[in-house]
Design a protein around this ligand. Structure first.
Ligand SMILES: [Zn+2]
Length: 323
């Protein structure tokens, strides 16, 4: 009998997350561990496979009993080959993610960029389900995006569209992992915030190292500096959103990624900037945060697997998404 579970993996720059996803989009056997980027691509693949094997062991399942296997990775991926065609981490460009996973699992594995994965999760589950002209903005260490004008992802001629994280928003701005300066994500992504926090500490402020700790400080202690940093990050995010509102004219914009767990802290300044700076006829798009934004790409990895391997009616009810 076919198993009603999908193995979903979200390979991030900081952490590897994996879980089994059922037909309602709910997750079990969730696991998360450091990516170990320093071990190179083969080391990263090892962590990934190891994590999945442990989950299957705990669930008492073999890979053959799964309905599908899907993996989200940072950057843009060719959906046909599973090769990373664009990435903020230059050494990952040209890396074949699909082949080593398929070898290890002994079955087909679907691979998708994390921004696209998060966008199709928003299209499949939750309050934004089925909405066309849907733009997903996924913020982790970097910023990746996915756009569905009509239920399908906009790919571009070379499968590398929607690299909005590398919009050159600032002339002579901060250096970016892509080798350029002034990219949106070099100022507004999670990695950018970590670097900003280092500068604050060097300037003598008692500010924590991690964005999640900064969020705690702002929410629980209402710390003035912490609150202001989040507001400023929202403003810089809003500038990029304004550009995309004018270029794509989306109906709905859905934020996701670990960084978006702090949505309440940067939402106000983001919305204000985006609506002020976009042309007024484009400024009215709904701008929301996904439920469980830190698990959007993981859920999207499962949706990708279903789209390419599973039965089209696999997901029975999207309204109970990803708890
Ligand atoms: Zn860049």
């Amino acid at each position: 009998m076919e198993s009603p579970l999908i193995m979903a993996v979200d390979l991030g720059v900081t952490n590897v997350k994996a879980a089994l996803v059922d037909r309602r989009g709910q997750m079990t056997h969730y696991d998360e561990r450091p990516t170990r980027m320093e071990a190179g691509t083969s080391g990263v693949a090892e962590v990934l496979v190891e994590t999945c094997r442990e989950i299957l062991g705990k669930a008492g399942l073999s890979t053959r009993e799964l309905a599908g296997v899907g993996c989200a990775v940072p950057g843009c991926v060719s959906p046909d080959t599973g090769v990373i065609v664009a990435s903020a981490t230059p050494s990952w460009i040209g890396v074949d993610v699909k082949q080593p996973l398929e070898q290890s699992f002994g079955r087909t594995v679907s691979v998708e960029g994390d921004g696209c994965a998060a966008a199709i999760a928003a299209y499949t589950f939750g309050p934004t389900r089925g909405q066309d002209h849907l733009l997903g903005i996924h913020i982790g260490t970097g910023i990746s995006c996915g756009y569905l004008p009509d239920g399908r992802l906009l790919r571009g001629a070379g499968q590398a569209a929607m690299e909005a994280g590398h919009m050159p928003l600032f002339h002579e701005g901060r250096s970016c992992s892509c080798g350029h300066r002034g990219c949106w994500e070099a100022h507004a992504g999670g990695g950018a915030l970590r670097r900003l926090l280092v500068e604050y500490r060097q300037a003598g402020h008692e500010i924590p190292e991690l964005p999640e700790e900064l969020a705690e400080l702002a929410l629980e202690a209402n710390d003035e500096v912490a609150v202001r940093i989040w507001q400023e990050q929202g403003t810089v995010l809003g500038l990029g959103v304004a550009v995309m509102l004018d270029i794509l004219n989306p109906r709905t914009v859905v934020f996701s990624g670990g960084y978006s767990r702090s949505w309440s802290l940067f939402k106000k300044s983001l919305l204000k900037t985006a609506r002020e700076r976009a042309l007024s006829r484009n400024a009215e798009a709904a701008i929301v945060c996904a439920p469980n934004p830190h698990r959007s790409a993981l859920l999207g990895a499962a949706v990708t697997a279903v789209r390419l391997q599973g039965p089209a009616d696999f997901f029975v009810d999207g309204s109970h998404a990803a708890s």
